[in-house]
Design a protein around this ligand. Structure first.
Ligand SMILES: [Zn+2]
Length: 310
C-alpha cells in the first residue's frame, strides 16, 4: 500500500514535469550527480540506469570523479556517479550484472568488520533485539549511543546468538577481491565497524579508519582514496584522520550536486535512493524531491491511523 502510494507520487512528479524541472536544474549546475544506494533490487537498478541512458547521462568511475575534483579533467555534461554503501552480497547478484550489461562504473564502500563477520551489526539488532533491554530495541537509539555502549550491546548479542546463514548479508574476502579486480568496480573505505563517527572518541575513530584502510589494502593490494561517512554522519574530526591515512575525498549523504573545485573534497554530497520500489518512486528520490514529501506525508498517515484506531 505504502509502496503503491510512493509509486503514484513518483508518477505524478513525472507527469506534471516536476521531475523534469529538477533534472534540468541539476544539469544546468554542470556538476556531478552522485547517487548512493545500499542493496537495490536488480530491476530497480536496471530501470534507473535505463532511464539515465535514455536521457543521455555520462557515467563516471570513482577515478574520474577524483580527477575532476582535482581539476585534472573537465566535468562532462550530464555526469552521474553510482556508489553502493556497506558491501552487500546482493550487489554481486543484482548490481554487477546490470553494471556489466550497460557498462556503468560502480563504487562500493566497504566496512571491513562486516566482510570478516558477514553479519551487519544493525541486522543483529533488528533480528535479535528481543534479547536486549527494551530501550535498545530502536536502531535509531543505538545510533545515538557512544561507541563503547554500542560495542557493548553488540557483544551481548554475539555471546548469546549463533548467527544463521540468512543473517550473513555482506560479501566475504574472496567476493570482495573479485569485485575489486573487476574493471567496472572501485572500492572505498567506510570504517571497520560501520561506526557513527561523531559517537567515537578521536582514538576510536583513528582505530576505525586505520584498521579498515590497512585491511582493505592488504586484501586488495591497492591504495584507498575515497571514503563514505557511515550513516552520512560526521562532526569534523574525520577529515584530518582521513588525510593521514591517504584518502583524497569523502562523501556525505547531503542532497546536492557535486560542484567540483568549489566544495571541500572531504564533504562531497550524494543523493540517496531506496533499495526497493518502483523506478518512478526512486527517480523522485534520485532528485531529492521524494525525501521532502515523504516525511510530512508519513506524519499525516500516522495521525490518520491514530484517528481511525480511536
Ligand atoms: Zn553504510
Amino acid at each position: 500500500m505504502k509502496e503503491f502510494l510512493y509509486h503514484l507520487i513518483g508518477q505524478v512528479l513525472i507527469i506534471t514535469n516536476i521531475l523534469k524541472y529538477f533534472r534540468i536544474k541539476h544539469i544546468r549546475q554542470n556538476g556531478i550527480h552522485a547517487i548512493y544506494s545500499h542493496n537495490p533490487t536488480r530491476s530497480l537498478f536496471e530501470g534507473l540506469v535505463q532511464w539515465q541512458k535514455a536521457q543521455g547521462y555520462h557515467f563516471l568511475s570513482a577515478e574520474e570523479v577524483l580527477e575532476i575534483i582535482k581539476g585534472n579533467i573537465p566535468t562532462p555534461p550530464k555526469a552521474v556517479w553510482w556508489s553502493f554503501d556497506d558491501g552487500w552480497l546482493g550487489n554481486i547478484e543484482n548490481v554487477l550484472p546490470v553494471a556489466e550489461k550497460y557498462e556503468v562504473p560502480i563504487t562500493i564502500f566497504i566496512c571491513t568488520e562486516a566482510v570478516e563477520d558477514r553479519v551487519y551489526w544493525w541486522t543483529k539488532i533488528r533480528k535479535y533485539r528481543h534479547l536486549l533491554p527494551t530501550k535498545y530495541h530502536d536502531l535509531n537509539v543505538i545510533k545515538t549511543l557512544s561507541e563503547d555502549e554500542r560495542q557493548d550491546i553488540i557483544s551481548q548479542l554475539d555471546k548469546q546468538v549463533t548467527y544463521q546463514d540468512s543473517d550473513k548479508q555482506a560479501v566475504n574476502i574472496e567476493q570482495l577481491q573479485m569485485l575489486a579486480a573487476h574493471s567496472l568496480v572501485s572500492i572505498g573505505g567506510h570504517t571497520h565497524r560501520h561506526v557513527m563517527t561523531p559517537n567515537c572518541t578521536k582514538q576510536q575513530l583513528e582505530d576505525e579508519i586505520k584498521t579498515s584502510t590497512e585491511k582493505l589494502q592488504k586484501w586488495l593490494n591497492q591504495p584507498l582514496k575515497i571514503f563514505a561517512y557511515p550513516n552520512g554522519d560526521f562532526n569534523g574530526q574525520e577529515m584530518e584522520l582521513l588525510k593521514k591515512y591517504g584518502y583524497e575525498a569523502a562523501f556525505t549523504t547531503q542532497r546536492q550536486i557535486i560542484l567540483p573545485q568549489t566544495q571541500n573534497p572531504f564533504y562531497l554530497p550524494r543523493f540517496g535512493i531506496t533499495d526497493e520500489g518502483s523506478v518512478a518512486k526512486n527517480l523522485g528520490f534520485m532528485f531529492g524531491i521524494m525525501q521532502r514529501i515523504i516525511k510530512p506525508l508519513e506524519h499525516i498517515i500516522m495521525r490518520l491511523k491514530k484517528l481511525f484506531i480511536k
